[in-house]
Write a protein that binds this ligand. Structure first.
Ligand code: APR
Ligand code: PHB
Length: 391
């Protein structure tokens, strides 16, 4: 088997890369260990930055997104018994976010690739990137009991945090930076209309809570809990009680409860591996970096990476120039670190920490008040949240 770019992983990064390359006349094959059904149903966040929406719409993936996506011009920060709106429409005019399940993006991408004759090989196993520092790398894998070898010019490691591509890079090449947070998120999808028109990021002494949504009839909620919390210990009743205690802090505001469709634990981690390239292997998305979900940046960052990689590969195939490919890692890492900082900052601002003393709590309180009362501080949050245009 042969292709130009062998892509490991059919998450948002791998699928979007395959789609963008196709539009530039470059062939790829996507190799995925899971089934199509699993990949399409995996729980993901629900916020798309303006730039991500622009890319999806410009490349023909806007049909359902523009119809079903909910455009939001602000978010609420809730603390101290009051709502505080961060108004994107005033602070960063012309830029907004779109609330659209990221797994819907995955479904749209798979449909588009298959309709265009693209190859996505699901349910493969024992994937091994080979000869990654040579001019002719390959990916070997098992499919339906048979061993295959996919020869290619480049390998894109889009196989997420637990994938094999990053591990294939020799010891000593990568520098790794990481941070584990002393909490996780318990997430619930509920068959009930949202209780507010916009997302609510709520800070309270009991911990952080998030009110989000998927559609006018589906709500999505998250609660800060211990990192190793057992979902089974959260029967629906307990979840709603705790959510009410953290969200119903504003007089007259009530949470609408409804049937719970799904309950999951989401880990909270920050991670970066540098550089994002070794020889002919390019890492993109979660394979190279992870952010906590507080800023909902995971998919947006992955989309940025593969946009940069597409330009580099297109230049190489057009005239053999390596300038853009050589700059891939540095270009991506500039945005990665901006988003690392923003996601860490939002997380630190809004969560409670067991080891916080009175001084820490006063600082946090002051910081929250500053963000909501200073035009400059609110603009900083807003421009990072909708996605910086210039990094
Ligand atoms: N071989 C092939 N595929 C693999 C392998 C392997 N050895 N290991 C993992 N995969 C697949 C996973 O099954 C998954 O489908 O790679 C894919 C990686 O997808 P994600 O983990 O979603 O990573 P990425 O595409 O970088 O997603 C970026 O989108 O929705 C957000 O939170 C999500 O932050 C993430 C972001
Ligand atoms: C979600 O809707 O799943 C969501 C929204 C915002 C976040 C994280 C997750 O910051």
């Amino acid at each position: 088997m042969r292709t130009q770019v062998g892509i490991v992983g059919a998450g948002p990064a791998g699928l979007l890369l395959s789609h963008l390359l196709h539009l530039r006349g470059i062939d790829s094959v996507v190799i995925e260990t899971r089934s199509r059904d699993y990949v399409e149903k995996r729980v993901r966040a629900g916020v798309l930055e303006q730039g991500t929406v622009d890319t999806l719409v410009a490349t023909g993936l806007g049909d359902r997104l523009l119809q079903e996506g909910l455009v939001h011009h602000g978010i609420e920060l809730r603390f101290g018994g009051r709502p505080h709106r961060i108004a994107f429409d005033r602070l960063v005019p012309g830029r907004a976010i779109t609330v659209y399940g990221q797994q819907e993006v995955v479904k749209d991408l798979i449909a588009a690739r298959l309709a265009a004759g693209g190859q996505i090989l699901f349910e493969v196993s024992d994937v091994v990137p080979q000869d990654i520092s040579a001019a002719h790398p390959a990916i070997s894998f098992t499919r339906r009991g048979e061993r295959h070898r996919l020869d290619c010019d480049f390998i894109a490691g889009c196989d997420g945090f637990h994938g094999v591509c990053r591990q294939a890079i020799p010891d000593g090449v990568l520098t790794v930076f990481d941070r584990e947070y002393p909490f996780g998120w318990l997430g619930v999808l509920a068959d009930v209309p949202p209780s507010s028109p916009e997302l609510i990021y709520a800070h309270s002494d009991r911990g952080f809570a998030l009110h989000s949504m998927r559609s006018p009839s589906l709500s999505r909620f998250y609660l800060q809990v211990s990192p190793d919390e057992d979902v089974a210990k959260w029967p629906d009743e307990r979840f709603w009680d705790e959510l009410r205690a953290r969200l119903e802090t504003v007089p007259g505001w009530h949470l609408r409860a409804g049937p719970v469709l799904e309950k999951i634990m989401a880990p909270m981690r920050s991670f970066v591996a540098e550089p994002m390239r070794y020889g002919r292997l390019y890492l993109a998305g979660d394979a190279a970096h992870i952010v906590p979900p507080t800023g909902a940046k995971g998919l947006n960052l992955a989309a940025f990476d593969v946009g940069v990689l597409t330009e580099g590969l297109a230049a190489w195939y057009a005239d053999g120039s390596t300038e853009l490919l050589d700059g891939y890692s540095d270009t991506c890492l500039r945005r990665v670190w901006r988003v690392q900082h923003f996601s860490w900052w939002m997380t630190t601002l809004l969560h409670t920490f067991d080891d916080q003393d009175g001084y820490d709590r006063r600082l946090q309180q002051s910081h929250l008040e500053y963000v909501c009362s200073s035009e400059a501080a609110a603009t900083s949050l807003a421009e990072n949240y909708v996605g910086l245009a210039h990094v």
